[in-house]
Design a binder for this molecule. Structure first.
Ligand code: C2E
Ligand code: CA
Ligand code: CA
Length: 680
């Protein structure tokens, strides 16, 4: 049988091409049905092994050479290998070749083998492998239990998480009917959901996974109809409800709570208020809203910095939480403003008690980063339905009551009263009237004498502003100065005061009266205006009043608003010979540090301490301490609001230098004071 007789049918039957290789490297080819598809036409034209090797992928050429060498040495052994062959268009096809050396009587004469084009097969395999890997990765990486369930309701495929969650092995998972994965009481709704998938293409259901160890885990399952290999089934994912719920809860919590203190925020307050009002409307009970504002918190913030202030607020929040009932909501509205919502008031008296408890709780200082911080709080209360029918009304009115508590000397609580709203209205009217008060000659200055205790003579006076309103009569500065401060009117009014006080005092000097020190009150806005020193200097120049006779009264809380700036302003005023007194000493954030850093000339003991010094040991202690402090720092000390001989006597014993008060003279018109000076 000739070679061709042998090979031709073989080629036709197997679809493979046959080749023969001779030791010289010469190649002979037999026809192949694949030659065109492989682009092997030129390959078949190749008549030598080296030319063939040239057409192979560089990475495969060495293997062909090695195979070829080894083949000649091991006749009869059949080898198979896979090579990439460059096609005529430059791309590579894949062939599987096998071969064996035929030995004629033990002499290796030629190597015979076949090649088969597997390009399409390999490509299909590669695609499938890619697809499979991709699906696999997804299957494993999705957050939850993934499943592909066949028509028999047994899983075809699942991810590792499925087994990890349920505790079943892969063998078990591959055999169990899917309904068995669920808690018995949920099986019927799961079965209904499965029916729905097959009927409509999609469904979802929440049910408990029943784990192998009996644990139940709430999950949310989805299913989508899926046909695979001609079989109808569904695929889906089970997500842990616990995780969903925590995530949901976290987002919800962040949206409704204050990040700094963890208390409820404005959004939640409005929600809870609306709910409380709803319930109260049907239930017929009262709702109370308490507005708590820290007094002079700004002083802490400005004095120690905002990060420190934040920690203080956290401490306050913590304390507030311990003072309310479980069903009450504590809210931080922003800044140093807190609200407490009492959704169901049993007795109005309870709310009063709570307010008092809140106010009293501040008696205990806050220990923050090793510092004792003394704060006070003022509380305003409004009740539904009496003081407002909507949340906004209740908030506004609690707020207004809170301002009344502050005005009442702070550290107090007030319940809203309709008159307060009227007062707010009056405040607005007051502001309008105040704008024109100076121009219309309604403002005037009263002067109150200050007496030097060692000589018994008048050493100075304090200029105090008076407003005679054409309709309302005399309005107290306690009422209109805050309005002027809030509205910014304090700047023009303050200019008017200093100018007129200096002009008046200059006139006394010109009239030959003994020189006395003129004290003028300065508000924070004036102290921190663009160039307070230039303003004072120009006023002195205009009026011809000597700087050495001028004393400016500043309060501690004012100085604390911007300590560095205040230090600078005080220093520059002092360089000009102007005196600076700290007014209301002891009521603000009394810090020895201030005394050291501020170059002030005197301390004014607040009227409230002088008032209580004979009856209250605490007040007496503050008076004594302030006088001692002044002596220690070389400052002059003045007691204000001295009304009785007894107070004067005790103050004299304590070596208080100067007193001011009704005992020695009420604030009086300029002429009257001049008369007093003349008589002295
Ligand atoms: P202040 O600076 O602490 O002034 C002392 C206040 O105590 C004055 O009230 C004075 O009349 C009052 N007073 C003095 N001696 C006695 C006394 O023996 N017994 C009693 N019960 N009271 C006494 P006034 O004049 O009503 O002023 C109140 C506040 O208004 C002042 O407190 C001050 O803070 C502010 N004020 C007054 N005039 C001005 C001003 O021109 N500019 C600024 N910025 N504030 C002013
Ligand atoms: Ca004063
Ligand atoms: Ca005072």
């Amino acid at each position: 049988m000739t070679d061709s007789e042998l090979f031709e049918p073989l080629i036709q039957a197997t679809g493979e091409a046959v080749w023969e290789l001779y030791p010289s490297g010469e190649l002979r080819w037999w026809e192949s049905p694949y030659r065109a598809s492989l682009g092997l036409d030129t390959m078949f034209a190749v008549g030598h092994l080296s030319a063939l090797i040239e057409r192979l992928h560089p990475g495969d050429a060495d293997r062909v050479r090695a195979r070829q060498r080894a083949g000649w040495e091991t006749p009869g052994e059949v080898w198979t290998d896979e090579y990439r062959v460059r096609r005529d268009d430059g791309s590579y096809g894949v062939i599987v070749a096998n071969g064996s050396v035929l030995g004629d009587d033990g002499v290796s004469t030629r190597m015979v083998g076949t090649i088969r084009d597997v390009t399409a097969e390999r490509e299909a395999e590669r695609r499938m492998r890619l697809a499979v890997n991709y699906t696999d990765a997804l299957f494993q990486s999705l957050p939850g239990a993934l499943y592909h369930v066949g028509p028999d309701l047994v899983m075809v495929r699942w991810n590792d998480a499925f087994g990890e969650i349920t505790g079943y092995s892969d063998e078990e998972l591959g055999q169990m009917p899917v309904t068995e994965f669920y808690a018995p009481e949920h099986r019927s709704k799961v079965a209904a959901a499965i029916d729905e998938v097959f009927a409509t293409g999609y469904s979802q259901v929440s049910a408990d996974f029943l784990c192998k160890d009996g644990r139940r885990l709430p999950y949310f399952f989805t299913g989508r109809r899926f046909t695979h290999a001609g079989k109808l089934g569904y695929v889906g994912i089970g997500l842990s409800m616990a995780e969903q719920v925590t995530l949901q809860q976290r987002l919800q919590h962040e949206a409704t709570h204050d990040a700094l203190t963890g208390l409820a925020n404005r959004t939640l307050l409005y929600q809870e208020l609306a709910a409380a009002i709803d319930a109260a409307w049907t239930g017929g009970h009262l709702v109370a809203l308490l507005d708590l504002d820290l007094d002079r918190f700004k002083v802490v913030n400005d004095g120690f910095g905002h990060p420190f202030g934040d920690v203080v607020l956290q401490a306050v929040a913590h304390r507030l939480r311990t003072l309310v009932c479980l069903e009450d909501t504590v809210v931080r509205m922003g800044g140093d403003e807190f609200y407490i919502l009492v959704p169901r008031v049993h007795r109005v008296h309870d709310v009063h008690e709570m307010a008092q408890r809140l106010v009293d709780s501040f008696a205990e200082p806050f220990l923050v980063e090793g510092r004792l911080i003394h704060l006070t709080g003022s509380v305003g209360i409004s009740f539904y339905p009496r003081d407002g029918r909507t949340g906004t009304e209740l908030i506004d009115n609690a707020d207004m009551a809170m301002y009344y508590a502050k005005a009442a000397g702070r550290s107090a609580y007030r319940v809203f009263a309709p008159a307060m709203a009227e007062t707010a209205q009056r405040r607005t009217e007051m502001e309008i009237d105040l704008r024109t008060a100076a121009a219309e000659g309604q403002l005037w200055l009263a002067f109150q004498p200050k007496v030097d205790l060692s000589h018994g003579t008048i050493s100075g006076c304090e200029a105090l502003l008076r407003w005679d309103h054409p309709e309302h009569g005399s309005i107290s500065p306690v009422d209109f100065i805050p309005v002027a401060e809030d509205s910014g009117l304090i700047l023009p009014i303050g200019e008017w005061v200093l100018e007129n006080a200096c002009r008046q005092a200059r006139a006394w000097l010109d009239a030959g009266l003994p020189p006395v020190i003129l004290a003028v009150n300065i508000s924070a806005a004036q102290l921190f205006q663009r160039d307070p020193v230039a303003w004072v200097v120009s006023t002195l120049e205009r009026t011809g009043f000597p700087a050495e006779l001028l004393e400016l009264e500043l309060t501690e809380s004012q100085l604390a608003q911007d300590v560095e700036k205040a230090i600078d302003v005080v220093r520059r005023l002092r360089e000009l010979g102007i005196k600076v007194a700290i007014d209301d000493f002891g009521t603000g954030y009394s810090s020895l540090e201030y005394l050291r850093r501020f170059d002030v000339t005197s301390l004014k003991i607040d009227r409230s301490f002088v008032d209580g010094m004979l009856s209250e040991p605490g007040d007496a202690a503050i008076v004594r301490a302030t006088i001692a402090l002044a002596h220690a720092f070389g400052l002059s000390v003045i007691a204000e609001g001295v009304e009785t001989e007894e107070q004067q006597r005790v103050l004299g014993e304590l070596q208080c230098h100067v007193i001011q008060g009704y005992l020695v003279g009420k604030p009086m018109p300029a002429e009257e004071f001049a008369g007093l000076l003349e008589g002295a």
